[in-house]
Design a binder for this molecule. Sequence first.
Ligand code: PHE
Length: 336
Amino acid sequence: MLEKIDELLAEVNRFTSSNKDEIEQFRIRFSGKKGILNDIFAQFKEVANEHKKEVGQKINALKQAVETKFEELKNATASTIIVEKEDLTRPGFPAALGTRHPINLVKNRIIEIFKSIGFAVADGPEIEDDWHNFTALNLPEYHPARDMQDTFFIETNPDVLLRTHTSSVQIRYLEQHQPPVRILSPGRVFRNEAISSRSHCIFHQIEGLYIDENVSFADLKQTIQFFTTELFGKSKIRMRPSYFPFTEPSAEVDVYWGLNSETDYRITKGTGWLEIMGCGMVDPAVLKNVNIDADKYSGYAFGMGIERIVMLLYQMSDIRMFFENDKRMLDQFVSL
Ligand code: PHE
């Protein structure tokens, strides 16, 4: 028996291979259920007591040798495979650079246009309080116009809400700055609208505000026309009387976009006119709320939604695409 174990030990020590299957065969032959080691352990019972110690040690040495050999060969093949996989001379994977979101592309273009006529960018928080989002804008509690902009309140503190429009930045800015003021404020706004896959409770707006001495409605109209010509290449606009508590008079602006594609039909509801913004002369009550002399200063404000403008400019058919984050869609846009 001792001789046989010595032979096996020599065999184990001699064995070498870089082939995974062969190594596995080796393991099964020795350590498998019906393998040599189990066989020897079975025979061990019949060994005479006086030899048990010596034989036992030999068997253990064999078992140890099998395990060590197997581990050694297994590790060797594992590292060979890594060397095969990693060709260190191979050029690296190109890092994806990403692209700007179409909403940001259009937003940046709009900012560029207004910057060219002296507007600066200002921003404000998305989590607002009642004063900045409603009350200071001449929308006191229980004012029916609040219903037009139902929002998300925090249950435990009704004074905290998600802003329903970027007009809150008008107040924030005017609390800190005296006229002349000429700002543009882009950002996300939130409304508690029937949440379905078609209508979204998040969208984007850009607010404009201009306060100085002798600002008139003609200045407002001229500025908007300059803007639509720059952005759309279209100067045909119309202003329809409207109502906002913070402007007086108020208007809704439409730009004539035309009807050339199915998307044009859908977004302009078959009229060719795109409603792009609400606007008006800042109500003196708003100026009073921020301690600005309403006899000396006047101004205009406007607020536009970005999504529909983006859809027309890029001929996108579905507003949901903005929020799906499908890289195949997002990769397609280049700056205007
Ligand atoms: N805040 C208005 C809205 O969200 C838009 C607006 C802004 C109207 C500024 C007039 C002046 O509908």
